[in-house]
Design a protein around this ligand. Structure first.
Ligand code: NAG
Ligand code: NAG
Ligand code: NAG
Ligand code: NAG
Length: 429
């Protein structure tokens, strides 16, 4: 009788736990990775950097018929297994090279689903996509062959389609950037969360967007500017079930927060990618991710005073617009003059142990003095105001410099044969 009671209680507890998990997977932060020709060392380095940033898993994006699919997945899973405490899942890209064959999807999932580093929800491999709504019906058969937890990114057809499709477990939106000359807001996220109902929403977070690749017929920008700071505030406010950073390494769209790997640099994009590192965007990431996952959104305790800063190296007026870059993707929205989309400003996040003075000096112009009012992350922007020269950043307290660093010059000399580089230089100290 007593034993029976315990068994029932245990069964109920297990059942309850399972049911709870099914409704909401554990909070997690992923980063979108363009799966390419990384070797084992590059995977080891990138996974370690992502772990250091408190990212939980990489979403490994592969287009259909990629010759590097199996070798690259093998190297990535081996690296993650070796490092431990980091997960991977596959994101099937239906846009890059057309639809995937259902059997290939099943085979690929099966080949890696038992790896120790496979990201699981409810004990099932987590699977995502980039687009592919025309093949939505394939997933009934795919799920009959291999149980998965399926969170597609069918953004082009909207969240209702994902909510109504019985094969989906959640939905991922690709709408991480504001349209026109506007800052990002959470209206889209609210609409997705409401349309998805009980299915968990994976919220996109991105720092920037600029692409100019004739080989891919892509040439537009969206506003980055304050986005990396604003968007993480929006994550804390919306508190979504999951977050995916767009991206870890898509350097061709200038939204990478991971290292630039030459194998991922398109030849016709090297002029705006090389020498424009983004790594220091990761400085704030452990704090944002910990706050999001713990739900403790009070200002973080920062161990050392530090700073990340980012800016374009020329004002918008410096170069002609002959390259034809549009503000917004004209396949989906009206074009806005790109010179109005981005702002000629220097952006910075000061992570301080206590209130501090912050200064930003362009060339030999008089410095702009700012006040970091509280311990934690203090975000600022400083207009170019026609100033040129190297940019020096300083955190000081009681008149004594605590840290300082210098970023490359803002210049009105138009580089790259008249083309405007709308990418950001990101540095830190
Ligand atoms: C994984 O994380 C746990 C908890 O933080 C830690 O105890 C363990 O040593 C880590 N394992 C590896 C392989 O890093
Ligand atoms: C919340 O985070 C702050 C800053 O790190 C910390 O001081 C505080 O103890 C945390 N509160 C809880 C309830 O964990
Ligand atoms: C803070 O700075 C000290 C001295 O440079 C260093 O030893 C320590 O590792 C730093 N702590 C962190 C969390 O970066
Ligand atoms: C910026 O600093 C570098 C390195 O100190 C120096 O070589 C360069 O002349 C400076 N550029 C300007 C515009 O002052």
């Amino acid at each position: 009788m007593f034993i029976t009671f315990i068994c029932v209680a245990l069964f109920m507890a297990l059942f309850h736990a399972t049911a709870t998990v099914a409704q909401s997977p554990p909070k997690a932060v992923f980063a979108h990775v363009m799966g390419g020709n990384y070797d084992s060392n590059e995977w080891l380095e990138d996974i370690q950097l992502a772990k250091d940033a408190h990212i939980d898993a990489f979403a490994l994006n592969f287009a259909a018929n990629s010759p590097e699919l199996i070798p690259s997945l093998t190297a990535a899973y081996n690296a993650a297994n070796q490092l431990g405490n980091f997960s991977l899942f596959i994101s099937f890209d239906y846009s890059g090279n057309g639809p995937w064959a259902g059997q290939t999807v099943v085979n690929t999932i099966n080949q890696f689903k038992d790896e120790p580093s496979q990201y699981l929800v409810d004990g099932k491999p987590f699977v995502s996509t980039f687009e592919g709504p025309n093949n939505a019906a394939d997933w009934g058969w795919i799920k009959s062959q291999v149980p998965i937890y399926f969170v597609p990114c069918w953004t082009s057809v909207g969240p209702e389609f994902i909510a109504d499709n019985s094969n989906t477990d959640g939905g991922f939106s690709w709408n991480a950037w504001p349209t026109g000359a506007n800052d990002m807001n959470t209206e889209g996220d609210s609409a997705w969360m409401s349309a998805l109902g009980s299915k968990p929403y994976m919220m996109p977070v991105s720092p920037w967007f600029f692409t100019d690749l004739p080989s891919y017929d892509k040439n537009w920008l969206w506003r980055g500017d304050d986005l990396w700071y604003d968007r993480w505030q929006q994550v804390l406010e919306m508190d979504p079930p999951m977050v995916e950073i767009i991206s870890w390494n898509d350097v061709g769209e200038s939204h990478n927060i991971g290292p630039i790997r030459q194998s991922g640099v398109p030849t016709d994009g090297s002029w705006y990618i090389d020498d424009m590192p983004h790594d220091d965007w990761r400085r704030t990431l452990p704090y944002w991710i910990d706050a999001y996952k713990s739900g403790n959104t009070t200002q973080p305790t920062v161990a050392n005073d530090t700073m990340s800063y980012w800016y374009r190296l020329t004002p918008v007026e410096a170069c002609s617009d002959s390259q034809g870059t549009t503000g917004g993707d004209t396949a989906y929205e009206a074009s806005v003059n790109p010179d109005n989309v981005v702002q000629d400003k220097i952006f910075l996040d000061a992570l301080v142990t206590a209130a501090a003075d912050v200064s930003v000096q362009v060339g030999s112009n008089s410095p702009t003095s700012l006040r970091a009012l509280h311990a934690g992350v203090n975000h600022f922007s400083v207009p170019f105001n026609g100033q040129t020269g190297n940019v020096t950043f300083t955190i000081s307290r009681n008149g004594a410099t605590v840290v300082s660093g210098t970023g490359p010059a803002i210049s009105t000399d138009c580089p790259q044969g008249g083309k405007t580089n709308f990418n950001a230089y990101v540095g830190g100290c």
